[in-house]
Design a protein. Structure first.
Length: 281
């Protein structure tokens, strides 16, 4: 495996944007791709791709730096509502398992680039985004950044907020499509620290993780810039509408607003359809 180290060419603004990885605006194709792990990507029993990345403090971090402990590795970005929604989950898991499991987050491409936080054009800019990620969400564990064109991210799977539990030997034991999938991650982490068999190699649960992100959409996209909200109206209007409805539940924690927002939307939809049926009947 190639060593993942940022080269001088990757630090320049003219670095190649491989296959549109550093997109300027989110598209429906990108969102659809985010809904399932791609075939042929590293999964349980595969070795984690070589890990040699730069921390927010500027140090190189390799797998050997984790002291032989299992690792919960997540990916994320400061413009990603899913990432924002995952932080409370990860903080709870860190409090519960942090003495036995190393936590690390890899800053990857911006999920919703916009005027205030676009895709980085240099490695130094991407490192600043990693620092913003750690500071914005008050992340207590290690945050590192991928290189400009996402070599490490690509070697896993280019999901916006996936999670990997890696054993002491650097072998993937479990992966989750979303780091907000608290139930599955807690079960897998418990199995790891108690040396028991895992119930399965992965989770691709979507409803609860997506629901948890809804309460964060307005806040996160608002910080990213107006383009981020316009893009969501263009490619995923139901999500942006649900995020607006979530604002009615201000007394509820952000991570818990999605379910009542979707329930309210569903009720309104049913009533509306019933009214139309009655008028037409």
């Amino acid at each position: 495996m190639a060593n993942i180290v940022s080269t001088s060419s990757e630090r320049g603004s003219a670095a190649k944007n491989k296959d549109g990885y550093r997109f300027k605006a989110v598209t429906m194709d990108i969102l659809i791709n985010d809904m399932r792990f791609n075939k042929g990507t590293p999964t349980a029993s595969d070795s984690l791709p070589e890990f040699n990345l730069t921390s927010t403090g500027g140090e190189r971090v390799t797998w050997q730096d984790f002291g032989g402990k299992p690792v919960l590795l997540t990916v994320g970005s400061v413009t990603c509502p899913l990432t924002a929604a995952s932080i409370p989950t990860l903080k709870r898991l860190c409090q519960e398992f942090g003495s036995e499991i190393e936590f690390v987050m890899v800053n990857v491409r911006e999920a919703h680039p916009a005027e205030n936080m676009g895709q980085p054009e240099t490695f130094e800019e991407k490192l600043e985004h990693a620092r913003a990620l750690k500071e914005q969400f008050e992340i207590p564990w290690t945050v590192v950044t991928d290189d400009l064109d996402g070599s490490f991210h690509r070697s896993l799977d280019t999901k916006p907020n996936s999670a990997y539990i890696v054993d002491r030997d650097g072998v993937i034991a479990f992966r989750s499509l979303f780091a907000t999938d608290e139930r599955s991650l807690r079960e897998a982490l418990t199995a790891i620290v108690t040396d028991k068999d895992l119930s399965g190699p992965q989770s691709q649960a979507m409803f609860r993780p997506m629901a948890r992100s809804i309460g964060y959409i307005q806040e996160v996209l608002g910080r990213a810039g107006p383009q981020a909200k316009r893009d969501m109206w263009r490619v995923a209007p139901p999500l942006i509408i649900a995020s607006l409805v979530a604002g009615f539940f201000s007394s509820v924690a952000l991570e818990n607003r999605g379910v009542p927002a979707m329930a309210l939307l569903g009720t309104v939809l049913v009533i509306g359809l019933s009214g139309i049926s009655f008028l037409l009947g």
